[in-house]
Design a binder for this molecule. Structure first.
Ligand code: ASP
Ligand code: MG
Length: 417
């Protein structure tokens, strides 16, 4: 069995779906993991934001636009308007969900998952139906019933041991079958829908590959492979032919949008190679990620946006460090704030963290525990692995740089964005 993952950009229109069919060709023994089409997840996040604000008009407008968008893709694929039962049912469920009046801010993450999961449910319903129509018999799998997550929302981890028997039961040893399942979603132990964090479909695919002992996993993307930098930000980016698992985790963690950071572990555990391949051209080799790959020779630049710099000091000038570390981090964990860089001096602890809905609550809580906290928003974190003098000059100096942390090979820079 092979696992193929198709991202939202690849299936953003009917041509993309037809191309997916072309990539599958006459291959069988495939588990296909698909994301929401195009920018659907962003639109569903706006639906959720509308529910948060109680703005029913905005919610209705967003859902109407999503209906039109998917109907246009269906119309193009079937050469005329067609109603797909499952798609209709999912839109009806989504509408019913957003019309409920019991939204509570304390349950923001639960509601987010409830709403945002429809992107993948709808995309896979369309793609499964289209594959069947085009002569590829397949089985649509409801990943909410198959991938059991921890009891957490919006950024849940999959429980491999609990999920394995369920997935194996669904797939039932059919080596020649084609399966179509949603990326990004699973079911929490209490039966509610859980999502795995933005871009989490890669992680879903890796979990499937792990459980099914797949021979390989391929992520079909709208790039030629993994690049050493985001070409939209660093124009002289080049492609990397091979990466090892460890480097890939480092890159993903630093914010390289190659793949979701949790993707590697399930693959590495079973030594399953991961191919990052261009969706537009099946003949190109892309990038392969596996344990035996040689270290990368070009510098790698990764920019992580939407960062906040917190500078924490204890009010009595006692050393922040030794005694207070544990308290600070467990407080941040309580508010689910992700720390990306830690820098400390005798009395200061500087943390570069992801911006979050709960950041102000966390700052207030830190203050009430006796810390002075300075918060600076609109920051970004640039990581350069294998930096050169020239890159150092260009990026690590200048007034907008707030923190600079360097080892022999890697420099990390927190700067105003
Ligand atoms: N649709 C989700 C997102 O856009 C998951 C994914 O694409 O992997 O984040
Ligand atoms: Mg996506």
């Amino acid at each position: 069995m092979k696992v193929y993952k198709f991202g939202g950009a690849s299936v953003r229109n009917a041509d993309g779906v037809r191309n997916l069919l072309k990539i599958i060709g006459d291959e069988r023994g495939l588990f296909i993991v698909v994301s929401a089409m195009g920018k659907t997840t962003n639109a569903l996040e706006r639906v959720f934001a509308g529910v948060q604000r109680g703005d029913r008009q905005a919610v209705a407008g967003e859902i109407a636009a999503l209906r039109d968008y998917h109907a246009a893709i269906i119309g193009d694929l079937w050469h005329g308007p067609v109603k797909i039962g499952r798609v209709e049912a999912f839109f009806a469920e989504l509408e019913k969900t957003v019309s409920r009046r019991d939204y509570k801010p304390a349950d923001a993450e639960l509601w987010y998952d409830r709403i945002v999961a429809y992107g993948e449910l709808i995309s896979t319903a369309i793609i499964s139906e289209y594959l069947a129509y085009a002569g590829v018999p397949n089985r649509w799998i409801d990943m909410r019933r198959v991938l059991v997550t921890e009891q957490r929302h919006k950024d849940a981890e999959v429980d491999l041991a609990a999920s394995a028997p369920r997935l194996l039961a669904e797939v039932g040893g059919c080596e020649e079958c084609v399966f179509v399942g949603q990326g990004f979603i699973g079911g929490a132990p209490d039966g509610t829908t859980a999502t795995l964090g933005r871009e989490g479909s890669d992680y879903s695919a890796a979990v499937v590959a792990h459980i099914l002992d797949a021979e390989s996993m391929a992520v079909w993307k709208d790039v030629d492979g993994v690049l050493n930098a985001d070409p939209k930000i660093f124009p002289d980016a080049v492609q990397i032919a091979e990466l090892n698992y460890l480097d890939t985790i480092e890159l993903a963690y630093s914010g390289a949008q190659i793949i979701h950071p949790r993707t590697i572990k399930p693959l590495q555990n079973k030594n399953i190679p991961l191919y990052v391949r261009p969706f537009g051209d099946k003949r190109k080799p892309g990038t392969v990620i596996r344990s035996a790959s040689a270290p990368v020779e070009v510098p790698i630049l990764i920019l992580k946006k939407d960062q906040v710099l917190l500078t924490i000091r204890s009010r009595d000038f006692s050393f922040v460090l030794e005694e207070k570390f544990a308290a600070i981090f467990s407080l941040l964990e309580r508010f689910r704030i992700k720390t990306n860089l830690i820098h400390n001096s005798a009395v200061n602890l500087s943390l570069c963290v992801d911006d979050s809905w709960h950041i102000d609550e966390a700052v207030a809580a830190l203050r009430s525990e006796g810390f002075d906290v300075m918060k600076i928003g609109s920051m970004e974190l640039l990581t350069i692995r294998g930096y050169t003098d020239e890159l150092w000059q260009r990026h690590a100096c200048g007034p907008q740089v707030f923190v600079r942390q360097a080892t022999q090979s890697t420099v990390r820079i927190v700067r105003k964005s």
